[in-house]
Design a binder for this molecule. Sequence first.
Ligand code: PEP
Ligand code: MG
Length: 412
Amino acid sequence: MTKISSIEGRILYNSRGSKTIEVDVESEGKFLGRVCAPSGASVGKYEAVSFPNGKPEESLRILQENSQKFIGLESSDLKGIHDVLKSLDSSTDYSRIGGALAFAVTIASMESASKAAEQPLFKTLSPEFSFKFPFPLGNILGGGAHAGPGTPDIQEILICATGSKTIEDAIETNLAVHKELRNVLENEDSDFTNGRGDEGGWAPKLENQKALEVSAKACENLGFTLGKEVSLGVDFAASTQWNEEKQKYVYDRAGFENSTGEQIDFAANIIEKYKLIFAEDAVHEEAFEDMAELTAKFPNILVTGDDLTVTNKDILIKAIDSKSCNASILKVNQAGSLYDALEFANIANQNNIKLITSHRSGESTDSQISHIGIATKSKMLKVGVVGGERIAKLNELLRLSEHDLIRGMAEI
Ligand code: PEP
Ligand code: MG
């Protein structure tokens, strides 16, 4: 047992070049946990607010004024640390102190505790003695809120090496598909600049269907059969298209509109045609019944909520009651503190909701989420394929492959 001896913060930048907060928690004057908070671009309506009034400096000031409240707590006492944060912010969305501060303080404390206990973070977060690797799920082609005009309206086309037996092979396969997709795109368009979106997926000037076709072609060129060695996934991020006034999904870039029924058919056709393993936010964030329709129709694929469930346990319970999804994204900073996120994960695991631990589009080069994915029994880890801040998470999985406690890949 080690007590927190100091807690400090600073302002740094995330991968999008936006200001964020980093927190150092030290126990016994020597065990350092250091965490830099990420942030999203396609943000769910009901997720934790990153910073009070959008100002990371405000979160830093609050940490500095209240640092004494953390000193002397056990660094492993996640609930105690969470309770101090809640005593500073009684709102439901961390709008007073910032969810980014809650994220950084709680994960840094647990990292400090894991160093003191001389065990990896995933083991500190879970009482289990045997763990599995989540399948890396990576963005190979991006559009929507993560890339500029001319790119697809659909936010992300993702690759997952569903046939891989090892984490090494799964990562290598994703990388090979990402590389081959560049060749396919260069053949399609000699003016393709190799531009990439916020998460490292290629960002070509292509409409949705063509973007899916080239992604499938890259897999086939490598001799892979979709649904076998590799599978595609899509994050529709449909709240981006949803127009409340028109009550329609408006595809500005492709130039069409979908009624609710048409959107369900649009998503269902893509799921079937490309044998998707994963479909995220295929309808907007408040369309619980429409999501339930897709979940009933596709019991064997991960019909996943992200903006729908926002790592919020009350919203997850609503989604479970209405059978709106069979899988959910887990983004700690959507919840706020790691304590909130682990509560969410427990409820998901108890109710057969498959977890996909995820990065944000604006990331840090930290890799604690790789441990969080393992500890929460996540089936997939959605962390991109390339880019320093994405590779950091994948490289951490490779380091962890040296660990005896993790054996084999998760069962999807
Ligand atoms: C997502 O929508 O799943 C995502 C990772 O993007 P962002 O971080 O912008 O929400
Ligand atoms: Mg999403």
